[in-house]
Design a protein around this ligand. Structure first.
Ligand code: C5P
Length: 218
């Protein structure tokens, strides 16, 4: 069943208010570097309140460092953790050995990737790169992938039984830097599992109410 994942790309005061006001809801909170560097304790709070914790670190390092990082994530009871598929086979295989209960989510092409970057790596286009990397990660046994909405149906067809995380969900706010957007309903129907909303909630005057509205749509 699809789940709502709130991306806490905001300051710690606002993040704490949102988390504390949504106790008891079936939610995933996604935290990345800016927030946990402001307040590392926020990771523990999310778990103490029985939410799922998605740590979006997009790991890309030598296998040993990635392995040590994942062991720490296991101790913190992180539910979902991202790593770059471009990190390669050895990095991913080492990560899988120590993941324990952490679900490892592969990141393919960054949406900020330019055509120049793609040509350098010999990829024809964003779609080819995304599909190739996701199939590679799937063959190694990763739990899921971040999947741009534009390729969601095709990826769902190719990788069955994996968690697909879909960013770029839009209902009311404008796209901003997202090149391709989907509504919650579209993302769910096309096979998304974790539907990520950031600004859709954070720019609302009543973020908690907005989360409740979005939850009722899933
Ligand atoms: O505010 P918005 O809903 O666009 O936030 C989307 C979230 O998803 C951000 O935290 C962003 O870092 C993340 N993300 C993304 N595109 C990717 C991978 C992650 O937008 N390809």
């Amino acid at each position: 069943m699809a789940k709502l994942c709130i991306s806490l790309d905001t300051d710690k005061e606002k993040a704490l208010k949102i988390i504390n006001s949504l106790k008891g809801k079936d939610l995933v909170f996604k935290v990345s570097h800016p927030l946990y560097l402001q307040n590392p304790e926020i990771l523990k709070l999310i778990k103490e309140l029985n939410f799922k914790l998605f740590l979006d670190l997009k790991l890309f390092d030598i296998p040993n460092t990635v392995k040590l990082t994942i062991k720490e994530c296991e101790k913190l009871k992180v539910d979902y953790l991202t790593l770059h598929l471009l990190g390669g086979r050895e990095m991913i295989e080492e990560a899988l050995k120590v993941k324990g209960n952490v679900k490892l989510i592969g990141v393919g092409a960054l949406t900020s990737f330019s055509q120049e970057n793609l040509s350098f790596f010999n990829f024809k286009g964003l779609k080819e790169m995304t599909l190739k990397l996701i199939e590679f990660g799937s063959s190694l046994g990763l739990d899921g992938f971040v999947c741009p909405g534009a390729f969601l149906e095709e990826v769902r067809e190719r990788v069955k039984g994996k968690i697909l995380v879909v960013p770029g969900i839009r209902e009311r706010v404008k796209p901003f830097d997202q090149k391709f957007t989907l509504t919650l309903k579209e993302a769910k129907e096309k096979g998304g599992d974790l539907l990520v909303v950031g600004r859709e909630v954070l720019l609302s005057e009543e973020p908690v109410r907005r989360v409740e509205e979005l939850l009722s749509k899933i």
